[in-house]
Design a protein around this ligand. Structure first.
Ligand code: MTE
Length: 321
């Protein structure tokens, strides 16, 4: 078997092939739709049998958010079966299958570092720190596909303020859970694990930066980062780290997984920018899933420029990609 190196694996030919595979499944399903209706099964059951085949809990009392887009929400079926979660496989359909038994309870998140009150939060505590909002965000992957997702959570600043960051806290470092036993494909991920990410403190404290605990009105599916993940809508999707166990306020710019893997292609900031192409493909357009064509123009800061552009005043965004 050919073991690909990480630099070969990612973000290159993977998307077109994947879209092709999904299209084939879709067309196959279309042909069988009539028969399935008779058999009492939906087309969705056939195309993606694993969607929501896991325990998830309905989240009630959600409030709306002024940050929500009014764009059409992507079907849940697509969002929960087309994932990047390398710990559970590098193909888009693998996380939905391989993360089903991932144990996400009990779960604690340690919030530490340059803070006055370091603390470990249980998931139960996290869910109750603030009213849960539904925020419908565009989510743009660096691979040039995008989705629109009704996330559930609240601003990351809510939890950050509770630990009282001090004046040395210039960045925030995030770390995902990692367990070789539960993630048997880890050795083929082609990235160093645990997955790590980072934000500058003002980016982290920006109200758009979401600590996500759910989607589509329910707790997060494992493949989408259960039980708690980040969602930073103006940055490429890889900044939105999943299944977080550690949040550390730090002085120096932290390391990030894709920058460690391939610094030439993935920088620290990773703001969505249609004017700065990826070295191997254009970023000026994207495929809005479940579509097939790269015909949706990509917007600067993924369309969140009015809110976040000022964070980067005076910075050369071509250099700081
Ligand atoms: N977090 C962890 N722990 N492991 C990963 O492989 N992939 C990232 C990000 N967070 C990843 C991760 C990438 S590349 C993207 S595009 C988004 O998660 C995908 O999120 P989604 O599957 O919910 O769309």
């Amino acid at each position: 078997m050919l073991i690909k190196r990480s630099s070969d694996l990612k973000y290159s030919d993977v998307t077109p092939r994947d879209i092709y595979v999904n299209r084939r499944k879709f067309l196959y399903g279309m042909g069988l739709a009539g028969g399935l209706a008779l058999a009492g099964k939906s087309l969705a059951d056939l195309v993606n049998p694993s969607a929501r085949a896991y325990a998830s809990t309905k989240l009630t009392g959600l409030t709306g958010s002024p940050f929500s887009t009014t764009e059409k929400v992507t079907p849940e079926q697509v969002v929960t079966t087309y994932n990047n979660y390398y710990e559970f496989g590098t193909e888009k359909d693998q996380p939905a299958k391989n993360a089903q038994k991932f144990v996400t309870s009990p779960w604690t998140v340690s919030v530490e570092g340059e803070v006055a009150k370091p603390r470990k939060f249980t998931m139960e505590e996290i869910l109750k720190l603030a009213p849960l909002e539904e925020r419908i965000y565009r989510h743009r992957c660096v691979e040039a596909w995008s989705i629109v997702v009704p996330w559930v959570g609240y601003s990351f600043s809510t939890i950050a303020k509770l630990v009282e960051p001090n004046s040395n806290a210039r960045y925030v470092a995030f770390e995902s859970y990692f367990d070789r036993k539960q993630m048997p494909l880890w050795g083929r991920a082609g990235i160093e694990l645990p997955y790590v990410e980072g934000l500058r403190i003002d980016e982290a404290m920006h109200p758009l930066t979401l600590l996500g605990m759910g989607m589509y009105g329910e707790t997060l599916p494992n493949q989408d980062g259960a039980p708690v993940r980040m969602v930073i809508p103006w940055k490429y999707g890889f900044k939105s780290i999943k299944s977080i166990v550690k949040i550390k306020f730090v002085k120096d710019q932290p390391q990030t997984t894709w920058n460690i893997t391939n610094a030439h292609e993935y920088g620290f900031y990773s703001n969505v920018n249609p004017k700065v192409d990826h070295p191997r493909w254009t970023q000026s357009k994207e495929v809005r899933l479940p579509g097939f064509f790269k015909n949706t123009p990509t917007q600067m800061f993924n369309g969140y420029g009015d809110q976040v552009a000022s964070l980067y005043n005076g910075m050369d965004l071509k250099k700081n990609y």
